[in-house]
Every structure is written in C-alpha cells, then in structure tokens.
Write a protein that binds this ligand. Sequence first.
Ligand SMILES: CC(C)(COP(=O)(O)OP(=O)(O)OC[C@H]1O[C@@H](n2cnc3c(N)ncnc32)[C@H](O)[C@@H]1OP(=O)(O)O)[C@@H](O)C(=O)NCCC(=O)NCCS
Length: 116
Amino acid sequence: MIGIDVVSINRIKRMHEKFGIKAYEKFLNSNEIELIKRVETAAGFWAAKEAASKAIGTGIGGVCGFHDIKISKTNKGAPKIKYKKKIRKKFNIKESHLSITHDSGFAIAVVQNIFN
Ligand SMILES: CC(C)(COP(=O)(O)OP(=O)(O)OC[C@H]1O[C@@H](n2cnc3c(N)ncnc32)[C@H](O)[C@@H]1OP(=O)(O)O)[C@@H](O)C(=O)NCCC(=O)NCCS
C-alpha cells in the first residue's frame, strides 16, 4: 500500500517561528530534529509521516501518531522510514520505503509499505 502527502513549507516555518523547538517536538523525535538543518527538511518529514499514516490506511490519529513513525537518513542522505513495532505487528508490515522532494514552497513525500 502507498501513501502520499504535500505540505506547505511556509506553514511549517510559521509553526516553528511561533512555537520554536516545541513545534518540531510535536511531530519529530530528538534524532529526527538533529537532522533538520533547514525548514524544507522539517516540512518533508511532516509530509513523510502523514504519507506513512495513509500507507496503513488510518491517517494520523489514535492508532498511529507522529511518534509511532521514525525517520532516519542513510550516509548518502536518502530518507528511511520505520513504524514502531506495535504498528508493524498490527498491520503486518515487512518493510517501508520513503521518498521526499521539496520545491516551489511545497514538500511532498511518498511512502510504500510491503506487507508480510
Ligand atoms: C539527492 C537528489 C536526488 C535530490 O534531488 P533534488 O532535486 O536536489 O532535491 P529534492 O527536493 O527533489 O529532494 C531532496 C530530498 O531528497 C532526499 N534525498 C537526498 N539524498 C538522497 C538519496 N541519495 N537518495 C534518495 N533520496 C535522497 C532527501 O530526503 C532530500 O530532502 P531532505 O534532505 O530535506 O530530507 C540530487 O541532489 C542528487 O542526485 N544528488 C546526488 C548527486 C549529487 O549530489 N550531485 C551533486 C554533486 S556532483
């Protein structure tokens, strides 16, 4: 199953200007926050987590929150995504793939899940 999401980079920028680090903590863990060197990346991560929630058919909410999804990067800068174990088990997820792009004020992410 796949999921996609688009986010206005300005929206994330305004959120960060208003709430500072707390804005990022709402949807990112500390390892993810360390990867943020510019707001485009943060917007991409937001889109990635929304897309991941769609790729299990729930959306962000009670079943799958922002903190149930973890993003990391390879040494070449490619983003990787993994759900917490309880989600992987519940939805029978074998592996997950993520791609992110940003341009012209928007960040877009696509997530693909391969199931067992
Ligand atoms: C990585 C690359 C595909 C990004 O494409 P782009 O059009 O510049 O930028 P986009 O907005 O579409 O994508 C950026 C996102 O791609 C993702 N990305 C970065 N490196 C990646 C890689 N090796 N593989 C897959 N995805 C990658 C990241 O999520 C990045 O956003 P983030 O760092 O904010 O999280 C492109 O820069 C590239 O081909 N780089 C490798 C070659 C290179 O670095 N050449 C320059 C020196 S010779």
